[in-house]
Design a protein around this ligand. Structure first.
Ligand code: AOF
Ligand code: ZN
Length: 343
């Protein structure tokens, strides 16, 4: 019971790195002695010290460490990356016991951190709150295991299932509260994608304005390079990737990436390229055709759908997720449905 309590605290600490650790995982660490917390830390910043280092540093009396238990949400690393191995640090301090939620899928680690601790005579337990840990780091795990970004689809629809009116006017379907939440979500993903029709009709900025957090890399698909350079997307304020079938070229306003027009499906090529660029997650904001392509290709990990009480009676139909269970939340006027694929 106490173990679970401390691991929950470690997960809570890990989550503080939500917008600043990618493409690293979020990791939290709690150190206890005699059932009390004597140290805490988390991985705060990509490239910065790992959770265990921060937690050890926070301990006022290091003489207690040989009798301490360390709770860490991810297996302590065994490699020299931007920082020295955390497993070695815990061995040096001869801590008594280490409790871990998830094993690190990074090929440089993958169990080696755990063996190093065990070889040094430290008691090691793995798997406490593993589901919660895997959910927290679902982007990191998907990125390493599937070699593509974690894909979040998002749209807003009316109660009668429309995404937009027939003239593509889709402004103001969801409430202002829902739209603000979208800005928070944008800050949590590495990249944000729209199709060319949405880019043209909505002229979106795709940045984070109504929340505090980093702007994602903007991504647009424009096969024939027909989009106007005067769109906000090409204003040079944020890194922008424009996938097309015509040319590869780097400009101050955007990086153009040529994909093959035949063979491997375009979306598969796109997510493979994002993986190579180490963009760990992708937020897809529309339009309807693009969202449906991702759904049909089974290329998605989460769909967040706002359902507003409005009715349009006609228009562009929203994608349909048949027989996929969802979690429901109420947000002022709108209902938010979160779907996870069942395949
Ligand atoms: C840990 N504790 O807090 C984190 C770990 O380039 P580096 O040195 O920052 O290493 C990044 C890798 O280390 C990352 O891909 C993952 O495997 C592991 N992250 N490990 O022991 C931490 N953030
Ligand atoms: Zn480490």
């Amino acid at each position: 019971m106490l173990d679970e309590f401390f691991m929950r605290r470690a997960l809570e600490l890990a989550a503080l790195g939500r917008t600043s650790t990618a493409p690293n995982p979020m990791v939290g660490c709690v150190i206890t002695y005699g059932g009390r917390i004597i140290g805490e830390g988390w991985h705060q910043q990509y490239g910065g010290p790992h959770a265990e280092v921060n937690a050890i540093r926070s301990v006022a009396d290091p003489a207690l460490l040989p009798d301490a238990t360390v709770y860490v949400t991810l297996e302590p690393c065994s490699h020299y990356g931007k920082t020295p191995p955390c497993a070695d640090l815990l061995v040096q301090h001869q801590v008594r016991r280490v409790v871990v939620a998830n094993q690190d899928p990074n090929p440089l680690v993958q169990g080696r951190g755990l063996s190093r601790l065990r070889e040094a005579g430290i008691a090691v337990e793995v798997g406490l709150l593993a589901q919660e840990g895997a959910h927290l780091n679902r982007r990191f795990f998907t990125f390493l295991e599937k070699h593509r970004p974690y894909i979040v689809l998002k749209w807003a629809q009316t109660a009668d299932g429309y995404l937009a009116r027939s003239n593509y006017d889709s402004k103001w379907i969801s409430s202002s509260l829902s739209r603000r939440l979208v800005h928070r979500w944008r800050a949590e993903e590495a990249a944000i994608l729209v199709g060319s029709r949405t880019a043209e009709h909505d002229n979106p900025r795709l940045n984070v304005r109504d929340w505090k957090g980093p702007d994602p890399v903007r991504v647009v698909i424009d096969r024939e390079l027909r989009l106007s350079p005067s769109l906000y997307l090409f204003d040079g304020t944020q890194p922008t990737l424009c996938y097309n079938t015509q040319k590869s070229e780097t400009r101050p306003t955007a990086t153009f990436v040529k994909l093959a027009s035949e063979g491997t499906p375009l979306l598969v090529q796109l997510v493979e390229d994002l993986h190579q660029r180490r963009l760990m997650s992708l937020f897809v904001e529309g339009g309807s055709a693009l969202l449906s392509h991702f759904l049909e290709a089974g290329l998605w990990d989460e769909a967040r759908v706002f359902v507003s009480p409005q009715r349009f009676g006609e228009g562009i139909a929203a994608p349909v997720l048949r027989h996929v269970p969802y979690q429901k939340q109420h947000l002022k006027e709108d209902e938010l449905r979160i779907y996870y694929p069942t395949f």
